[in-house]
Ligand binder design. Structure first.
Ligand code: ZN
Length: 142
């Protein structure tokens, strides 16, 4: 989960969807999802305006709800509801041409597939002891 600092939002101003997207360097659709998931905006007009104070409240609440911090080298298992290092510390890296890499591993407790979206620049900090297989590199071998 990306870290959207609630304090980046200035409480005395209001933001359009585009401005929130710029503020947190996220896609506008992400902000639209937040609106569907409980972020309030003022009035019915266009563009939709979001109060900085409301944005801050929403993000702080969201942060509390999403507290399943993954430690270095761990992936969150939906079934076990906790972060675990994948089986044998092995994960497969999928990098589609469309961008946005995904790590896939196996849960050592329930054998479920684990998925984690990763940003390539942060991967080095995050992978810890994991041994990664890059699917793309493999595909080129045969
Ligand atoms: Zn599991």
């Amino acid at each position: 989960m990306a870290n959207h600092n609630p304090r980046s939002a200035k409480i005395n101003r209001s933001y359009t969807v585009e401005e929130v997207a710029d503020l947190y360097d996220i896609h506008r659709n992400t902000v639209r999802n937040w609106l569907k998931q409980g972020l309030s905006h003022c009035g019915e007009g266009h563009p939709k305006l979001i109060l900085g104070s409301e944005l801050r409240r929403y993000l702080e609440e969201r942060k509390r709800k999403n507290k399943h911090p993954c430690k270095v080298g761990q992936i969150y298992c939906m079934r076990c509801r906790k972060s675990v290092p994948p089986k044998s510390n092995e994960a497969v890296l999928h990098v589609p041409d469309t961008g946005g890499a995904t790590l896939q591993g196996i849960c050592p407790n329930c054998s479920c597939k684990l998925f984690r979206k990763v940003s390539m620049p942060k991967l080095a900090d995050w992978r810890g002891e994991l041994s990664l297989t890059n699917m793309k590199a493999l595909e080129r071998l045969d």
